[in-house]
Design a protein around this ligand. Structure first.
Ligand code: GDP
Ligand code: IMO
Ligand code: MG
Length: 431
């Protein structure tokens, strides 16, 4: 029962989509386990770019079953658009895409509440993707959410939608002073979405257990990253789901004992979209240059991503929490023109050194990162096909990262295309 979880180790956008697409060539099933259309996973094949938000990144491989697990929040409108876009480009999306009947549905009032809550916070806003993610998970935890099983059952949808719109309107009008929403056209629209999505809705838990029993190779696709995880991230500046590998069992129904290997995806530097502490952030021209070199603009919202140096304090914590068995270093090529590289190994705050990642936002916001410096390689890496073809300084940088993190580097990515991927090991990825 070989399985592998691919999960971001920073604040998202580490290049998970690219790696899932590469690894899906040898997988039978790819499963998303949390998050929603806040994710933007980019896959580039022969120069052609596909950005996936809800559809798992194995969809470009024939014969790969793509599953949206029960832990995901599904925006029916968004996923139908995504399916239409893929189909228009000749990608088959039919019975190779299953959506858990237990997954929660993102409704229009979730998006309106997301925006209203952000506006009301003013300066203290989180910088969400405005995809309704937080409010949808709030409804799930409050036990009033609408699940996919309800979306495809008209009577259940009508009852829940009317009750929830009424409740949302009380908050929209009473708390935020906004216009109420009209449930009637919403119901009509969502009944139609339910009809269109019905063929994909399934008891995915039974499917996944059968696939495991049949010895199928299973990939779990993380969205966001460990530092955005609701329990382990930089609270409250994070998303509303368990984005670390800890989310897999709860978000798929596959038990922890079946998750055999965890590939932590680490960008060779750090980025973050939205608000929140970022100790190694580069400000001014240096940050701008990194953003340009890495083309760091959000795949979902187009917002410029904040850029900074690699942070081994945050990474050691993220790796530990997810039980990472190997790492993939991505976007190494983006550092090609840096004369000197920096890696943060400790934080200093109030005269104290921190080697463990602090929970206190004050410390994260005001600490002084302590850096090690290494020489850059000042040459192109994007055509390397083997680790040995990388410049010596690039290999030294990777070796140092491996040492600091204490796990093997299994993959190095040197460009956005599927082909620009170096496998440092061909064994031990799936276990
Ligand atoms: P994800 O959310 O983790 O899937 O990452 P995104 O797709 O949001 O962002 C990663 C971006 O970097 C995308 O534009 C990818 O095409 C691109 N990318 C991925 N790996 C590499 C790489 O090794 N080098 C370069 N230059 N770009 C990469
Ligand atoms: P992928 O899967 C980067 C960030 C948002 C915001 C915070 C909360 O592409 O790596 P939300 O809409 O989830 O309530 O926003 O989380 N965020 C991401 N940042 N990559 C993502 O996904 C993200 N999904 C959410 O910018 O700071
Ligand atoms: Mg992304």
């Amino acid at each position: 029962m070989p399985s592998l979880c691919v999960v971001g180790m920073q604040w998202g956008d580490e290049g998970k989509g690219k790696l899932i697409d590469c690894l899906a060539a040898e997988a039978d099933v790819v499963v998303r386990y949390q998050g929603g259309s806040n994710a933007g996973h980019t896959v580039v094949v022969d120069g052609q770019k596909t950005v996936l938000h809800l559809v798992p990144s194995g969809i470009l491989h024939d014969g790969c079953l793509c599953v949206i697990g029960n832990g995901v929040v599904v925006d029916p409108e968004g996923i139908l658009e995504e399916i239409a876009g893929l189909t228009a480009r000749g990608v088959t999306v039919g019975d190779n895409l299953l959506i858990s009947d237990r997954a929660q549905v993102v409704m229009p009032y979730h998006k309106v509440l997301d925006a209203a809550s952000e506006d009301a916070k003013g300066e203290a806003k989180l910088g969400t993707t405005l995809r309704g993610i937080g409010p949808c998970y709030v409804d799930k935890v409050s036990r009033v959410g609408i699940r996919m099983v309800d979306l495809v059952k008209p009577a259940a949808l009508e009852a829940r939608l009317r009750r929830n719109v009424e409740a949302a309107n009380r908050i929209l009008q009473g708390v935020y002073g906004r216009e109420p929403l009209d449930p009637a056209p919403m119901l009509e629209q969502y009944l139609a979405y339910g009809d269109r999505l019905r063929p994909h809705v399934a008891d995915t838990i039974t499917y996944l257990h059968r696939a495991l029993a049949d010895g199928r190779k299973m990939l779990f696709e993380g969205a966001q990253g460990a530092l955005l995880d609701i329990d382990f991230g930089t609270y409250p500046y994070l998303t509303s789901s368990n984005a670390s590998a800890c989310g897999v069992p709860a978000g798929t129904g596959v038990p922890p004992s079946q998750i055999n290997a965890v590939l932590g995806v680490v960008k060779a530097y750090t980025t973050r979209v939205g608000e929140g502490p970022f100790p190694t952030e580069m400000h001014g021209e240096a940050g701008e240059a990194m953003r340009k070199a890495g083309n760091e603009y959000g795949a979902t919202t187009g917002r410029p991503r904040r850029c900074g140096w690699l942070d081994a304090v945050a990474l050691r914590y993220a790796l530990a929490v997810s039980g990472v068995t190997g790492v993939a270093i991505t976007k190494l090529d983006v550092l090609d023109s840096q004369p000197t590289l920096r890696i943060c190994t400790r934080y200093r705050h109030d005269g104290q050194m921190h080697q463990a990642f602090p929970s206190d936002l004050d410390v994260l916001e005001h600490c002084e990162p302590q850096y090690e410096e290494m020489p850059g390689w000042l040459s192109q890496t994007s055509e390397a096909e083997h680790i040995a073809e990388l410049p010596a300084a690039a290999r030294a940088y990777l070796d140092r990262i491996g040492e600091l993190l204490g796990v093997p580097i299994q993959i190095v990515s040197v460009g956005h295309d599927r082909s620009q991927t170096i496998f440092a090991t061909t064994t031990g990825l799936f276990r």
